[in-house]
Design a binder for this molecule. Sequence first.
Ligand code: MF3
Ligand code: CO
Length: 266
Amino acid sequence: MITLKSAREIEKMRRSGAITAATLSMLVGAAKAGMTTRQLDALAEASIRERGGIPTFVGYHGYPATICASVNDEVVHGIPGERVLCEGDLLSIDIGTTLEGYVSDSAVTIAIGEASDEARRLMRITQECLMLGIAQMQAGNHLSDIGHAVQRHAESNSYGVVRDLVGHGVGTKMHEEPQVPNYGEPGKGLILKPGLVLAVEPMINAGTHKVRTLKDGWTVVTADGKLSAHFEHTIAITDEGPKILTLREVYEHADAALYRPRGEAA
Ligand code: MF3
Ligand code: CO
């Protein structure tokens, strides 16, 4: 069942999204070589709770942490632990907040210290894929227009679009209908309506689109061991167009500098 959210519900989701956004921005600033992913997880939990939210992921199908911390060839769902972050690592951080019963879900990929030009390019294109997908979230468009925009941009840059995992509706539950694939032909499926709230989350691989899950039952890695990036926002479709409920405002501009090839101006 697909539920449309009222303006009141979207306002609650925006306040949930603000906690997710602030926490994600804090984590982007805090993540440094020498830290463990478990330390980042503790910072995330404290930030969400201080702001009055509940970490959505804890206990979700038994998931044991507040964030997913996925490094290098890990695509998503890396479990925080004793892994120490190293200079040049690519780190995807995914978090969810529940506030007054409403969930927001967002993810970014960053470099620890200086990343290679190859890693920067992957981050930049993946972030652009997310934004191009969001730009399709206009009332009257079809659901598949989102995934089509993502796939076009990724594949025209010779990257692989993960198919085994998809975006989703979000609201009082983290995963609601519809599923939002990051690929497909345009003009197919559901017609987008105001009140629909989606988590759009391209997972883009430097090599093959194929992935596998590690023995821990959670961590998804690329089949060829190459790098992967993941960006996610929670977005409401409104009469005025898409409204990003997890927007990190000025921070997104600041982060863009991280993805630019060294020496290239804004
Ligand atoms: N953003 C992820 C998703 O949309 C979060 C799920 S991780 C889990 O699927 F641990 F909570 F399952
Ligand atoms: Co999600």
